[in-house]
Design a protein around this ligand. Structure first.
Ligand SMILES: NC(=O)c1ccc[n+]([C@@H]2O[C@H](COP(=O)([O-])OP(=O)(O)OC[C@H]3O[C@@H](n4cnc5c(N)ncnc54)[C@H](OP(=O)(O)O)[C@@H]3O)[C@@H](O)[C@H]2O)c1
Length: 418
């Protein structure tokens, strides 16, 4: 293959979540510009979620060191921070990895749906900013289509339990009669929505708070709960027996000191479920008598244990992916030949039209029927001459024969345009 595709990634598999977030790009447009400028790449797509920061790149001449160096400089990290946690693969393995992502095999919760939406969003952003081009656009469009088909045909995304529902289930398992308890939800984003939906489904009342009070009010209008001012909540955790926390605050909202204070006069115990990643509840809180704390990793682990049905489907999904990867590989290789093939067909056709018009003028031909016959004849001649070599070129490209492509480029005087 002339152009290689590389995937460079840091994910929850090799890095704790609080470390992972340091590798995220604050300004995506800037990241795209820098990678193109400093890392020898012609196309780039960045996938950035709470569980992964991934780069897919296309280049004639990849330089992994430059990718790492640019990544480090964009995030203000030392290059040695990447040691042991940066995973890199190319072509076949990168295609396989992307299919695993789109079909949900790479997710913390196998088969979860969110990643597919996040990948669609990533390629849309890359496309709009022209960070991606025909190779990565084709690769992502194909992988999204296959991932969707795999999910539909195998049911890998069905029969699961969301993190939100699991958090509520864990609260039920640890706290008696939730209906008689005071429940608080801190956060009004996607994760908090999952919790609220589950609380509603089970008929549990709750208070909801967000840094922005308008957001808590809007949230409560569609997802239930009674909106409470953020400041009022932070100084009165002792009002609650169950607290769900799901925010992206870059500091601990629930601190050790606050909870020591809150538990001083509290008669009952308290359960805190922190869905935030990175944590927004200080782990030390778990050492305070009367408090049971569960963090996102523990909740995700329980979700995972409940995923037996999905897990049974993993090998089926894996088999489909193994069949699809060589097809993607051939499609991507074929792309190398397409600009040349298109160029040859366009040139041949413009020559045909020029010569046809000359001949018609010399003949003084005006009869529409006869002109059509001559036109069809010239088309058939050009096609029969050009089609066979072009198809052979496509095949050679599919089979990874770049030499023939080079030779054909010289023969047809083709100059690469991108
Ligand atoms: N989305 C998921 O499927 C999912 C799954 C598992 C875990 N998580 C984790 O759950 C957390 C929330 O994710 P999300 O997807 O729900 O995010 P989101 O949709 O962006 O919502 C973010 C929430 O955090 C609040 N927030 C932001 N900055 C804050 C600050 N400095 N202090 C206090 N609150 C702040 C926002 O409230 P205001 O707008 O009012 O400030 C909002 O309620 C993250 O840590 C994420 O890693 C998410």
């Amino acid at each position: 293959m002339k152009q290689n595709i590389i995937n460079a990634r840091i994910t929850f598999r090799k890095s704790p979540i609080h470390v992972l977030e340091r590798f995220a790009f604050k300004d995506l447009s800037d990241a795209y510009l820098s990678f193109k400028k400093h890392a020898n790449i012609s196309e780039c797509v960045i996938i950035q979620t709470c569980n992964r920061v991934e780069l897919f790149t296309a280049s004639d001449n990849h330089d992994v060191h430059k990718i790492k160096k640019t990544w480090a400089s964009l995030t203000g990290l030392e290059e040695n921070a990447f040691a042991d946690i940066l995973e890199i693969c190319d072509n076949h393995d990168a295609f396989e990895h992307l299919l695993k992502l789109t079909s949900g095999l790479e997710s913390l919760v196998v088969g979860e749906e969110q990643i597919l939406g996040q990948i669609k969003e990533s390629i849309a952003v890359a496309r709009n900013t022209k960070a991606s081009g025909k190779r990565l656009n084709k690769l992502f469009d194909t992988s999204i289509r296959i991932g969707t088909r795999i999910r539909n045909s195998t049911g890998i995304s069905k029969g699961g339990i969301s993190l939100g529902s699991m958090a509520v289930k864990l609260a039920e398992e640890n706290v008696d009669d939730i209906k008689s308890k005071n429940v608080l939800l801190i956060g009004t984003g996607e994760a908090a929505t999952m919790v609220a939906k589950s609380l509603n489904k089970r008929g549990y009342e709750f208070h909801v708070t967000s840094r922005t009070v308008e957001r808590a009010i809007g949230f409560s209008q569609t997802l239930g709960g009674k909106p409470i001012k953020f400041e009022d909540v932070l100084s009165a955790f002792d009002n609650y027996e169950i607290i769900f926390v799901a925010t992206i605050a870059p500091y601990f909202l629930v601190t050790f000191d606050k909870m020591i204070e809150s538990m001083k006069n509290k008669k009952s115990g308290m359960m805190i479920l922190d869905l935030s990643n990175p944590r927004t509840v200080d782990e030390q809180v778990a050492t305070i008598p009367g408090i049971k704390l569960m963090n996102i990793d523990q909740i995700a682990e329980m979700v995972d244990k409940n995923m037996t049905k999905r897990k049974e489907k993993v090998s089926t999904v894996q088999n489909i992916i193994s069949e699809e990867v060589p097809i993607i590989e051939a499609t991507m290789k074929r792309l190398d030949a397409e600009p040349l093939v298109k160029d040859v067909f366009t040139n041949a056709d413009s020559m045909r039209i020029k010569e046809l018009q000359k001949a018609l003028q010399m003949l003084g031909e005006t009869d529409e029927k006869r002109i059509k016959i001559i036109d069809e004849l010239t088309k058939a001649v050009v096609e029969s001459i050009v089609s066979a070599p072009m198809n052979n070129l496509r095949k050679a490209s599919e089979q990874g024969n770049p030499d023939l492509l080079e030779t054909a480029s010289k023969l047809f005087n083709y100059k690469k345009k991108d």
